[in-house]
Design a protein around this ligand. Structure first.
Ligand code: 1GP
Length: 250
């Protein structure tokens, strides 16, 4: 019975996100880049993850030159009970061993490759897999640093002062059936997504909002949550100094 409950809890990633939103519980995803994670020390890293308020593990990066995703997912799966969600830069970063996948469309860009082509290419891998598919509108905003997403996708981010365009893009995502909207300032952004954007977009959407890029302090995390982010994604700050988890203890 317990096992069934546990499996239910893991496989219904989206239902759990909706439930958390309804109950006003905030979610924190730890982003692991397969190109950067040190697998030798992963057990120690995850001890800290598990003591923190982290609720999800996202795995992905703009590139994965050495095809490490599958291996990294397998290793992490062995040591965590948290749901593992792929956050793929492209179709090569799909592993059936994860629990779910952010099925991303880069709505801020105008490159068909990342609006629909990669998605079509992923279908042969996804259609027979057990991965929970999470349709996600992905919006890149300017974080004052050229990001890998920008380079790889050959698209431009939306300026953060163009609130109307950001808002309309997010709503266009919702109207076209996305289940999540992810506003991203880019990994290692100098300027995280500002609170005004988070407030306006979360106030207009009726689907959960994910915020990521450049968040490196507890204060910034709280500001994002208080402004209306349902899920915050942090990668670089944990990569640089995993003692940050100690600031975020349960
Ligand atoms: C990047 O939103 C994520 O895609 C996380 O960004 O690495 O800056 O935390 P950071």
């Amino acid at each position: 019975m317990y096992r069934e409950l546990l499996i239910f809890a893991i496989v219904n990633i989206y239902q759990n996100i909706l439930l958390a939103k309804k109950e006003g519980k905030k979610l924190l995803a730890v982003l692991i880049d397969p190109e950067k994670i040190d697998l030798e020390n992963i057990a120690i890293f995850f001890e800290k993850v598990h003591q923190s308020i982290a609720t999800h593990i996202f795995i992905g990066g703009s590139t994965d030159v050495d095809n490490q995703t599958e291996n990294v997912v397998s290793e992490i799966k062995k040591i965590t009970h948290l749901p593992i969600v792929l956050f793929p830069g492209d179709v090569s970063q799909i592993s059936e061993k994860a629990d779910g996948i952010l099925f991303l469309s880069l709505l801020s860009g105008r490159n068909p490759e990342y609006l629909i082509e990669q998605q079509i290419k992923s279908v042969p891998f996804l259609k027979n897999s057990n991965l929970e598919i999470l349709p996600t509108g992905y919006i890149l905003v300017d974080g004052k640093k050229e990001t890998a997403t920008q380079r790889v996708s050959n698209t431009k981010p939306i300026q953060q002062d163009n609130l109307e365009l950001i808002l309309n893009t997010a709503l266009a995502g919702q109207f076209s059936g996305k289940n999540l909207i992810y506003i991203e300032a880019g990994s290692g952004a100098i300027e995280a997504v500002n609170q005004k954007i988070i407030k306006e977009v979360s106030g207009s959407l009726n689907i959960p909002l994910i915020i990521g890029g450049g968040i490196r302090s507890k204060k910034q995390l709280e500001n994002a949550f208080n402004s209306g982010a349902d899920i915050v994604v942090i990668g670089t700050a944990f990569e640089n100094d995993d003692s940050f988890f100690l600031d975020l203890k349960k």
